[in-house]
Design a protein around this ligand. Sequence first.
Ligand code: ADP
Length: 292
Amino acid sequence: MAARDSNLALKWPVDEGDAQAQPTNPFVSISDVNLTYGGPGGVLAVEKLTMTVREGEFAAVVGPSGCGKSTLMKLTTGLVIPQVGQIAVKDKPVTGPLNIVGMAFQNPSLLPWRTTLDNVMLPLEIVSPHRERLKKNRDEYRAKAEAMLELVGLKGFGQKFPWQLSGGMQQRANLCRALIHEPGLLMLDEPFGALDAFTREELWGVIRDLHQAKRFTVILVTHDLREAVYLADRVFVMSARPGRVLLEREVGFPRPRPIEVTYSSEFNDVVHELREKIAEARADTPQIGAKN
Ligand code: ADP
């Protein structure tokens, strides 16, 4: 039977002095991008997509289903190249898959034949320069992976296999795997979507504290407006397909944010504002709710 993960608190030192620092330098710049799938006459997924995410910022992207959120993730990481417009990450044009990115999706997809620790260490076997260093420095890397597991509340679970862990624990390990190579950019595509409400809130705390401690740049794609408003410094609302940014909403709640923030009327006001904007975006399209 899978272990339960209640009471697994993240013990990560949070620097409250830094907590209010506002990111300013652009890290991801997307300018006037068009992406059509399937060649001329195909599906225009995003059009005139323009957005800038600052270094160290936690950005969230919300919008109706099929508006191009996953396409935005693929464009940013160089998995697809736009026909029109420019994308730059850390001042370099994106011309192919980036290795300074960590990614986590809804399905943790940990390899069932590897222990949790070996799953976390997997990117080190793939991504340069760690791949070249791993043989010589395996013990050091292993210690780092163990420290990361401890930070997300999984101390002592490194030798368990993924199927021995609960869904929430698997997602914690998945976040460690996404961050083990210390990427500058973390892309999260609905990472908490399959979890129950309590576990999801626990995981919000985990990612909040990891971001606070390490200050990587995050782009989170989510359907959950509360999640977006709780975690993000800025929320981008996308239009229905072809996707573009309809609204950028700064979220100014001070950090570190306790979960109680989500019960405040100010918080609910922001959530309602975003919900109304998305309802407008859906009403503007003949393909309401359609994925294709
Ligand atoms: P979202 O993540 O917001 O649901 P996607 O980025 O997955 O949206 O897709 C945007 C639009 O592009 C959708 O209409 C989708 O059906 C279409 N699309 C996505 N991938 C492909 C593909 N490989 N070929 C053709 N159309 C695609």
